[in-house]
Ligand binder design. Sequence first.
Ligand code: PLP
Length: 431
Amino acid sequence: MSDTIQKYKDYVMTGFVKLVAPIVIDRASGASVWDSSGREYLDCFSGISVVNAGHNNPRVIAAAKAQMEKLIHCCSYLYHVEPVADLAEKIAQVAPRGLTKTFFGNGGAEAIEGAMKLARLYTGKHEFIALHGSFHGRTWGTLSITGNQGRKKRGGPYAPGVSFAPSPYPYRSLWPNDPEECGRQCAKALDEVIRFSTSGDIAAFIAEPVLGEGGILVPPKNYFREVKKVLDQHGILFIADEVQTGFGRTGKMFAIEHYGVEPDILVTAKGIADGFPLSAFTTRPEIAAAYRPGDHLSTFGGNPVSCAAALANIQFLHEENLPTRAAESGQYAMQKLREIQKQNPLIGEVRGLGLMIGVELVRDEKLSPANTEAEAVRDALLRQGVLVGVGGVYGNVVRFQPPLIITREQIDRAVDAFAAALAAITQPAPV
Ligand code: PLP
């Protein structure tokens, strides 16, 4: 056993994951990583949807290095720091209309917590509504608004004042062939949750524009427009959790742009700095003005090196047109995966937006979740040198979320490997 794997066993807490993949990642570039024996793997999971501009992007590295030589940390909320100002200005330029003021944190959950606090301060209201199947982080507050028992178990009881509405999941709904009807009915159900399950004292509704950990659930086109009408009727803010969907991943800079509505608060992390730890929430000036001295801060939030990396990352995304490329590559990959689906009944649905793609595996026509099969496919892909994720509320969705710079040849390699992995796990055992 390698020294690193042994030290993990002895000294690193990993009891919360079923299995750490039995490889030691040593270096990375573009859409590839290499293990300590020099074997290359095609990374179709991007460190959980993070390195949108590719691993070790030279432009991001150069910006971070230059900043590191000048200043690493002095607390970006006690003093003015140039890359923080520049990045906040850049985010105001690329975020949905009207969202111009940003708070920077370190990770997704921290930013979600800050957005929740700000929504309460601004509205003077206290409750939240979230979606079934959602995931918003691992802190107690973010688990309280997470709609998935798989993530919440052993952590309760959770915060009071949180209600959940059904997520628009056409494939497992009463309207599998009519996604717009599913969208309408789910928005109607949100209205009913507000009327019947809450005190009416609701600060915000929070949703991922595409539910990532929930199994790459892509809400129907009409869903967020219908939802916004309901929220406006009740005077409730809309927080878009774009931690996983932001920065080009779904074929637009932010996934909510697909739906033609504007959130009141946009939360981002993961893809913001191509691997450097950084998160943000961005809102309108009048909402940001609800903060008073003492209400909020983060020692490391808005780290200058991470902010410099984020600026270079966003410039790269723009110059290389990566959102458009993600949209085109995603179409290409999904079309190939749907070809495989025709030959393989284990594939229940191929769905996604841009390069956020889920393949839901089912055992039968009752859609019994094929969760052990999904794990077996992931493990078989690892053996073939391709990294993918597994997720979904039933644990049966194989997730393809590669760096947006992935080439057609690399997509072909991943899809071919996926077909081979499926064939390997569905082959009858030799007699
Ligand atoms: N929100 C969403 C949609 C996520 O997918 C995640 C992480 O997977 C989070 C929040 C939490 O982010 P972090 O792990 O950086 O705290």
